[in-house]
Design a protein. Structure first.
Lengths: 168, 417
């Protein structure tokens, strides 16, 4: 998972951010050219996102983040854009699994108190999010152990290569 | 305590007493990818230490999302997929065969199977009683290699549908109504199980429509028990021996039950930009449409072609409308030609596309212009879905789509039937 405390700014989004908003189907021709594809991350939700996001920053959203397609390119382009974790009230099932499989923390927590541009510090070990801008603290739901093991290895493929098999 | 269909299938495939909430490792009976998720899956597979497929004869690659290819890059992706098929000896369904989920139903899915596909509409095969679910490329790559995957056994929401559908109302209206009721995340992480006397008599093409859209409520699977209709469908496809009995126990534990009286349903439409934003077709009669799209893994079946054809016979579509019709598979296309449906649709002013996903995901064959409105029989209306965030997508049944093509506005099919 890398460093256990990550710092960055919040990029705020609403509810029901679909995989089409994260990376539109019209860019399917770029899916074998990931650096080019990643230039369009979140484009239809916030056209300036890729220009403004800095390494370590966070996507903060409402409920049902990542609904829709199974395209693993969705968490992949978010990670390539520099995002260190996604915070949402809830995630769509396939996206949640895909994010963990790509080694990208997807954290379930209350997000109404976080505004666009807030500075956050997240302690992945402690399960705590500190909103430095607002001097508030939130807890995130612990990632299920089976998935935490995958996340801690940096994703599913590194996990399988290390352990040789799926283990519970 | 008895078991739901999900608990029974996952118990059998994991060799354990699987109950809702358990994490299990399950064997996988069929694994597949399509051309927009396949290249990443193959690359993830090649990053793994194990470089062989667990079961080449039960691994399938489909070229359907961009087929035939509209661009150099996608053509190169197709080449990459074809090379992997010849290296590994797995199944390849090349351009022209049709949409993966339709072909899985026609040729591959068996009741009681666990099926994972790198496409969210893999849930379609739930209509045949298969625990079929969409996953990302890494999970599917591992399932290809190890022949297994892990699941959290889902809780089940029982959907009990009773009574008879009114004329002009059917499975698409039912599932749109349910998604409107439950919300786009109302069944997240859950299984849906369909039951009731309206389900017992529901033909396979309609069951496939219902299961296909289970994911639009967030569900992991949308399951029908196997029965006489499943058996007859498999027999008709030359796969009578693939039949197996799949049913929940009578004392299975459900998270909740949603009851629907079929006769109370109306032609239903999902408005932009979420599938749960539903309204009756009648209430949207002032919405003019630029494009009507009949096809996809939701509503591109022979019976959809028949329905469109019967409504368009000896008529012309509205002057301001493009009607795009795409049979979901080669078998459907061929049967629709033999039955005269294609001729009728062309004479009414429709455009026929080759079997595949067509304009559904905005790659080609029907991208929308700014502020254009499409009434589509597909399963998603997300912003940007059909190639343009400034386009507006409404979702409806084939009957509502054909009626709207005739009038140029969203039309309750009972107005023209």
């Amino acid at each position: 998972m890398g460093p256990t405390t990550v710092k960055g700014r919040a990029f705020k989004f609403g509810n029901d951010i679909s995989t089409d908003l994260i990376i539109a189907g019209k860019y399917a021709h770029l899916r074998s050219n990931l650096p080019e594809l990643a230039k369009h991350a979140m484009e239809d939700a916030n056209p300036d996102f890729v220009k403004l996001v800095k390494p370590g920053d966070f996507i903060v959203a409402g409920s049902n983040f990542g609904l829709g397609s199974s395209r693993e390119h969705a968490p992949l382009v978010i990670k390539m854009a520099g995002v260190s974790a996604i915070l949402a009230k809830s995630f769509a099932r396939i996206f949640f699994r895909n994010a963990i499989n790509q080694g990208l923390p997807a954290l379930i927590c209350p997000t109404d108190g976080i505004a666009d541009g807030d500075n956050l510090e997240i302690s992945l070990d402690e399960g705590i999010i500190r909103n430095v801008t607002r001097n508030e603290t939130y807890k995130f739901t612990r990632i299920p152990p089976a998935m935490l093991n995958i996340l801690n290895e940096g994703g599913l493929i590194p996990y399988i290569n290390k352990h040789g098999d799926l283990k519970l | 305590m008895g078991k739901t269909i999900s608990e029974k299938i996952l118990s059998s495939k994991s060799g354990s007493d699987a109950r809702a909430g358990d994490i299990v490792i399950s064997s996988v009976d069929l694994v597949f990818v399509q051309d927009t998720t396949g290249p990443l899956t193959i690359r993830q597979f090649k990053l793994g230490k194990k470089q062989t497929l667990a079961s080449p004869s039960r691994t399938a690659l489909f070229i359907d999302h961009a087929s035939p290819s509209p661009s150099r890059q996608l053509s190169n992706d197709h080449t990459f997929i074809r090379e992997f098929a010849s290296e590994t000896g797995c199944l390849l369904f090349d351009a022209g065969c049709g949409v993966c989920h339709q072909i899985v139903a026609e040729k591959l899915a068996r009741p009681g199977d666990v099926i994972v596909g790198a496409d969210s509409h893999t849930v379609t095969a739930g209509a045949l009683g298969a625990f079929a679910t969409g996953m990302g490329s890494s999970d599917v790559a591992v399932a290809m290699s190890l022949g297994k995957t892990w699941f959290r056994v889902p809780e089940t929401i029982r959907i009990e549908v009773t009574g008879k559908f009114c004329r002009g109302v059917g499975a698409k209206d039912l599932i749109l109504h349910l998604i409107g009721l439950m919300g786009a995340d109302g069944a997240t992480y859950k299984a849906l199980e369909f039951t009731g006397n309206a389900v017992d008599s529901m033909p396979m093409w309609q069951r496939l429509t219902v299961s296909n859209m289970a994911i639009e409520a967030g569900a992991k699977v949308g399951l029908f028990p196997s029965d006489r209709i499943t058996r007859e469908y498999l027999k008709k496809q030359g796969r009578g021996n693939d039949y197996a009995a799949v049913a929940a126990d009578s004392d299975a534990a459900y998270e909740r039950t949603i009851k629907v009286e079929a006769s109370s349903l109306e032609p239903t439409v999902a408005r932009p930009h979420t599938v749960d934003n539903t309204a009756t077709a009648k209430s949207l009669s002032d919405i003019k449409v630029n494009q009507v799209f009949i096809g996809t893994c939701t509503n591109g079946r022979l019976e959809d072609m028949a329905e469109a054809s019967s409504m368009l016979k000896h008529k012309k579509i509205h002057a301001g409308v493009r009607l795009i019709v795409c049979p979901a598979s080669r078998q459907i296309y061929s049967d629709a030609i033999k039955a005269g449906f294609i001729q009728t649709i062309i004479e009414a002013g429709g455009i026929i596309l080759p079997p595949g996903c067509a304009g559904c995901l905005g790659l080609h064959q029907g991208a929308l212009g700014d502020n254009e409105i499409c009434l589509s029989t597909a399963n998603r209306n997300f912003k940007g879905r059909m190639g343009n965030p400034e386009g507006l997508i409404y979702l409806a049944s084939t009957a509502t789509a054909a009626a709207s093509a005739l009038t140029g506005r969203i039309t309750d099919p009972r107005e023209v039937l």
